[in-house]
Design a protein around this ligand. Structure first.
Ligand code: ZN
Length: 183
């Protein structure tokens, strides 16, 4: 297994839609293991493939370190699709490994239902609410090329403008590997 540098705000790949996975081969299995390792190292609770430079419809989630969620095992979502979501929207503060040290209030559905493939290519369905729904929707957004900076309101973005520039310039301190600045 190996750690993969995480793409950060300004990296083009984060603004692009990923492609569906056609078959889950040994390569994908290894990449998924690396994604988990990278996410755990960075102390994240979710990580999308394009955050480690892969244009594939895969994300991983592990909320088992969060109080109240200890029983939820790590989950890999391959070719996910949100099939249902509640009308009620709730605000919650979110962070993102691609936006070091930034927190933004984002409004999203409270409850969701998602369909996806597991690593054996079996179709799975999961209903989630609260924090788990939140993480899933956040990672799902990544696969669409969207980040919390696309979701938060303008006033919040105004306040972090300078921080965003600093991230682009790599004028930040991060205790996990990130990509080099793009030319
Ligand atoms: Zn993120």
């Amino acid at each position: 297994m190996s750690l993969i540098p995480i793409t950060v705000y300004g990296d083009e790949i984060l603004t692009k839609k990923v492609k569906p996975v056609r078959a889950i081969s040994d390569q994908e299995i290894k990449q998924i293991k690396d994604m988990f390792e990278t996410m755990h190292f960075a102390k994240g609770i979710g990580l999308a493939a394009n955050q480690v430079g892969l244009q594939k419809a895969i994300f991983v989630v592990d909320v088992s370190q969060v109080e109240g969620y200890e029983k939820i095992k790590p989950i890999v979502f391959i070719n996910p699709k949100i099939v249902l979501h509640s009308e009620e929207l709730v605000f919650m503060e979110e962070g993102c490994l691609s936006l070091p040290d930034i927190r933004l209030e984002v409004e999203r559905p409270e409850i969701i239902k998602i369909k996806y493939l597991d690593t054996d290519e079996n179709e799975q369905e999961l209903e989630a609410d609260d924090l788990l729904a939140r993480v899933i929707l956040h990672e799902y957004d990544h696969l669409l090329g969207k980040m919390i900076t696309d979701r938060a309101d303008r006033n919040q973005i105004k306040k972090i403008k300078k921080d965003l520039v600093r991230i682009k310039l790599r004028d930040i301190e991060v205790d996990y590997p990130i990509t080099e600045r793009q030319k």
